[in-house]
Design a protein around this ligand. Structure first.
Ligand code: AMP
Ligand code: MG
Length: 492
């Protein structure tokens, strides 16, 4: 028997925060993949996870030693409207893994059967959303973006009925925690200030211990989450990542990306890009993400009001002042990232204008977001069309020439060595992202043909996103007109 160092501090919170319950066993669990690197990093025995005993535990057919499974309560603003009761409807928190270094991570099973919060849903997941989340979350981790992680995926051997029967699967997800803006909103809406207070203390202790002794802990938490979320959404913007369902129940207080339902990376640059089939108004378009994050953080500010100050006017003023800082935190993080993407280590007054003009050109030309920036990295180096360049698959059209001339003048004032500059820009500008049509192809192969080879191949490619190998050229190419995926769907 393998050793799992579980602690279950969430289950020691007030009872209203969760319901204890076990996963519902499935017919025939089969491993799809174990994330060995992640498992080892967490101090878990990857061989055991991949064994029949580990597969049974990952499927919910046998208990994880030391786990005390529970479904967590939460609410949330979905597309702007408040839903007072969401909760884990198809996921269970098994507990918190303590790593050998003393770090703490939630381990959750997603697709593990119905809970009191399933609202008529089956609590299950088809294989498609499980593979999508596995690929997208691991790609984001490799890109250096704070995110929940995929520890393992197993298929259940049971069909899941959507518009058609689909093979079922379960994802084992790891997160610093699953505490959402919507978790606090749940207790604010019920006027349960004691549970709200307990959650704030718990969250500060886990994620922001340095702020724990602040004289206004709830305000300190709000400020900390604003900073982390501003930095997070800046990273998304810099990668052309579109989350797609930025409801307040899908924003974590720890600042990690969560919910890879309808998300997608933008290809042809257009700030209005939306993929999610349910986002008919374009609320969560790429260009709206910073504004929506700000809006969501205002919901967090509101949920914290009862703890910020006993005088409600004073509380509102303090919360408002904190929420108002979102823009400056976002701009600062975004600007630093853009400077790196363009190869600038210094800052000049004309830089913002140069970025604005580049975006205009990209939009007018419908340039691929990822390859445009990667091509700039080549062009900043000593041998723009040499080995390791993307010249054979992507070059910038002539209309960029004037801009490129001005950018080169700007680079000349940097004085860095071109080879070093290229190396730094390559690290800021990935070449392999999980493109929508490739993710769809992987899901089709697994769903229709029970063929997981394309899944493993794509995963291996997108988890080394900065290293270009011409042998993997096809993975770097944007979708053709016929391949283009226009809509993505939530994983329900
Ligand atoms: P999501 O769209 O993944 O953010 O989920 C929104 C809410 O719907 C959450 O409370 C989920 O737990 C719940 N939910 C989504 N899919 C299912 C399902 N298949 N069965 C039960 N609940 C679900
Ligand atoms: Mg969600």
């Amino acid at each position: 028997m393998t050793a799992f160092h579980f602690d279950n501090s969430y289950s020691r919170l007030p009872e209203a925060c969760f319901r204890r319950m076990d996963p519902v066993p499935v017919a025939a669990p089969t491993p799809i993949r174990v994330n060995r690197e992640l498992a080892t990093g967490l101090g878990l025995d990857a061989d055991w996870l991949a064994s029949p005993a580990g597969t049974a535990a990952l499927a919910g057919n046998a208990p994880f030693p030391g786990a005390e499974p529970l479904a967590a309560a939460y609410a949330g603003h979905q597309f702007g409207s408040f839903n007072p009761q969401l909760g884990d409807g198809r996921a269970l928190l098994l507990g918190e893994i303590l790593t050998p270094e003393g770090r703490r991570f939630d381990l959750q099973l997603k697709g593990s059967g119905p809970t009191p919060w399933s609202r008529g849903g089956d609590g299950r997941s088809p294989i498609g959303p499980v593979l999508r989340e596995y690929i997208l979350s691991e790609a984001m981790a490799a890109l250096g973006v704070p995110t929940t992680r995929a520890l393992a995926a197993v298929s259940t051997g049971e069909p899941v009925y959507r518009e058609q029967a689909l093979p079922g699967a379960i994802l084992a997800r790891v997160a610093s925690s699953h505490i959402r803006i919507g978790t606090l909103e749940y207790f604010y809406a019920r006027k349960d200030t004691d549970s709200l207070h307990a959650l704030v203390e718990h969250t500060l202790a886990r994620h922001y211990p340095e702020r724990r002794d602040s004289d206004k802990p709830a305000l300190a938490l709000l400020e900390a989450v604003i900073q982390r979320q501003a930095a997070l959404v800046a990273r998304w913007q810099l990668l052309g990542f579109i989350h797609g369902v930025m409801n307040t129940d899908n924003m974590l207080l720890c600042g990690e990306t969560i919910d890879y339902g309808p998300c997608a990376f933008m290809e042809a640059f257009d700030p209005a890009t939306v993929f999610s089939s349910i986002d008919r108004q374009g609320r969560y378009a790429w260009g709206n993400q910073p504004g929506i994050a700000h809006w969501n953080l205002a919901c967090l500010a509101q949920a914290l009001l009862p703890l910020i100050h006993s005088d409600s006017e004073r509380a509102v003023a303090l919360a408002q002042a904190a929420a108002d800082t979102f823009g400056e935190h976002f701009e600062a993080a975004h600007r630093v990232g853009l400077q790196a993407k363009l190869g600038f280590t210094t800052r000049e007054s004309g830089d913002d204008a140069l970025v604005g003009e580049l975006h205009e050109l990209m939009q007018a030309a419908g340039s691929d977001f990822t390859l445009t920036f990667r091509r700039l990295a080549d062009l900043a180096g000593p041998d723009p069309d040499g080995p390791g360049s993307v010249a054979a698959l992507f070059t910038l059209p002539e209309r960029f020439d004037d801009w490129l001339a001005r950018w080169r003048e700007r680079l000349a004032r940097e004085g860095a060595d071109p080879a070093e500059r290229r190396a730094a820009m390559v690290r800021a500008n990935p070449v392999f992202i999980p493109r929508n049509h490739q993710v769809e192809a992987v899901i089709q192969a697994a769903t229709r043909d029970d063929d997981f080879a394309p899944f493993h191949r794509l995963l291996e490619r997108v988890t080394r996103p900065f290293d270009y190998d011409p042998a993997d050229r096809d993975y770097a190419l944007p979708a053709t007109e016929e391949q283009r995926v226009r809509r993505t769907f939530c994983g329900t």
